[in-house]
Design a protein around this ligand. Structure first.
Ligand SMILES: [Zn+2]
Ligand SMILES: [Zn+2]
Length: 438
């Protein structure tokens, strides 16, 4: 926890206060407020730490927190630090919007020695800020045919360093009851995998988005997916070219994304990326997603393989979904594997470069980390591979002069794995698009 405190404290606009309060013997067994002001609604996290002296003389000071509206939690003497966020909070505290106004750290003067005791309270309020967050958008639990409970899944994913997950059990929403209880490590995106004999699709972002999974015709699928979308769900067609359960309901149904990377890198994913590239080259804008589809412990399957990194403007499910809708998504083989971004000036992945003359030069910047020697990186456009090179550096920055006479640019990175005797994808970005002048 200390590590994340440090990371957040570096954000511009962060409020950082240290307050001291001397508690006298006469105040024993009373409750004391240490007020502080939250200036606006733009904060997404409030962190409190405290310590006090004279413990050897028997002092015991409890702690809690009050918003302008209510008491949001009380940990007694059990913790020396805690946080509340919009959608995450330390157990014992309520996550929720952080209203502007006068807040107060609550101190409980349970035991105070004759000499009194000095309490130091450290208050950090972090404004919402933009960042990449990594997670897994496709997994199963005992609510369908997985072997992990929802709680075990959350624990395993937190250990993997994931920052959000979606529990996408087949044709049920019962796992989403878990997403109502805030976790202090992960954001939980409600999800369900519509699973019919003719194809699978993830519906993300709504607690109960699936009306009827028994869709066997394109018309029935379209009707069901429209309903889910009208409800606000994000629709991803899963493993569309899987041997066992491909998407056979056509692509004239409403959908927002294609799961081009399902679990370990295999031919079905290669086919999905080829199909996606064809659509992009025709001017379609389809978001490419990945998901581990983990059901249980298996040799090559693990939560976060692949991992989806999403550019979000706040640490909220809504922020993540907005990021996905805008195509601000990078897929990597593992939370600790290659991560590549593509930008052109202020525009990044998912953005559209403003229309310019087709003859104009588009500066492209590729920034890569956690590469391995021998990794093969390729820059793609609607014309196919524009440039390809092998890297020996772990961190690398490449600059290109792209042409505005293209629909998009995107980047792939691949690696030859000796033990598997094959080349696998290690990172795949969504495109940066180029606008057309009319
Ligand atoms: Zn499936
Ligand atoms: Zn699945």
């Amino acid at each position: 926890m200390a590590k994340s405190f440090t990371q957040h404290e570096a954000q511009p606009g962060t409020l950082h206060l240290i307050q001291e309060r001397f508690i006298t013997k006469e105040e024993e067994q009373t409750y004391i407020e240490v007020p502080f002001e939250v200036a606006n609604e733009r904060f997404e996290r409030i962190e409190i730490r405290y310590h006090y002296d004279n413990r050897s003389a028997g002092s015991v000071v409890d702690i809690g927190l009050k918003s302008p509206e209510r008491i949001v939690g009380w940990s007694g003497g059990a913790r020396d630090s805690f946080f509340v966020g919009v959608e995450k909070a330390t157990p014992g505290y309520l996550a929720g919007s952080l209203p502007a106004g006068t807040w107060a750290v609550l101190l409980g003067a349970y035991r105070v020695p004759e000499a009194g005791c000095r309490v130091t309270v450290e208050i950090t309020a972090v404004p919402a800020y933009s960042r990449w967050m990594k997670g897994d958008l496709h997994m199963h639990t005992i609510h369908s045919d997985g072997s992990y409970t929802a709680a075990e899944t959350i624990e395993l994913c937190a250990q993997r360093g994931l920052e959000f997950i979606a529990l996408t059990d087949h044709n049920t929403a019962s796992q989403n009851r878990f997403t109502l209880a805030n976790d202090d490590r992960l954001l939980l995106i409600p999800g369900v995998e519509l699973t019919s004999y003719r194809g699978h699709a993830n519906l993300l972002g709504q607690l109960d988005a699936l009306g009827d999974f028994r869709v066997l015709t394109p018309d029935a699928a379209a009707s069901e997916l429209w309903k889910a979308r009208d409800m606000g769900a994000f629709v991803s067609l899963n493993h569309p070219f899987c041997d066992l359960c491909p998407w056979e309901l056509g692509f004239d149904v409403p959908y927002d994304a294609i799961e081009v990377w399902n679990g370990p890198w295999r031919e079905l994913n290669e086919t999905a990326v080829r199909w996606w590239q064809e659509q992009l080259s025709r001017g379609e804008r389809i978001v490419a997603l990945g998901g581990s589809d983990t059901h249980r412990a298996e040799r090559f399957v693990m939560h976060g393989r692949p991992v989806s990194s999403i550019w979000t403007e706040s640490e909220t499910v809504e922020g993540l979904l907005n990021g996905i809708r805008k195509g601000r998504v990078v897929l990597s083989a593992d939370p600790d594997d290659s991560f590549i971004t593509l930008s052109s000036g202020m525009q990044g992945i998912g953005d559209t470069i403003a229309p310019v003359s087709p003859a104009a030069v588009v500066p492209l910047l590729i920034e890569a980390s956690k590469l391995q020697g021998g990794d093969r990186i390729s820059l793609w456009s609607d014309r196919g591979v524009e440039a390809e090179w092998t890297t020996d550096d772990e961190e690398a920055v490449f600059a290109f002069d792209g042409s505005a006479d293209r629909l998009f640019y995107r980047v792939e990175s691949r690696r030859y794995i000796k033990e598997m005797e094959r080349t696998v994808m290690t990172c795949l970005t969504n495109p940066i698009y180029i606008g057309r002048s009319i």
